[in-house]
Design a protein around this ligand. Structure first.
Ligand SMILES: [Zn+2]
Length: 103
């Protein structure tokens, strides 16, 4: 997602240097609290002190699965949330594999 997912049409392109910073933060980023709906796999992404980044300029990168979009939120220059947004009513309780995603 950090390397290949794309901003929404109309959003500013993401500089390669930003992707590099986010890639370097991955080893200290872990899964935090899951979505309150209990039916989807969306999760907070937290840093080594279990803090979620909020505020600051948000960047949203997306990739597509035939049945859902995967959205990676970056807030204040930190990975903050990974969301699975199903296209239909069908509940999907896991993230698709990278091989199933396209941009
Ligand atoms: Zn949910």
């Amino acid at each position: 997602m950090v390397d290949n997912a794309v901003p929404s049409a109309g959003d500013r392109p993401v500089p390669a240097a930003a992707r590099e910073r986010w890639r370097r933060s991955i080893p200290t980023t872990t899964a935090g609290r899951g979505c309150e709906c209990g039916a989807c796999p969306s999760i907070d992404l937290v840093d080594e002190r279990a803090r979620t980044s909020k505020g600051g300029r948000s960047v949203v990168l997306s990739a597509e699965h035939p049945k859902a979009s995967v959205l990676l939120f970056i807030d204040a220059d930190r990975l903050s949330y990974l969301e699975l947004a199903p296209h239909g009513d069908e509940a999907i309780d896991h993230f698709p594999s990278v091989a199933e995603l396209s941009v």
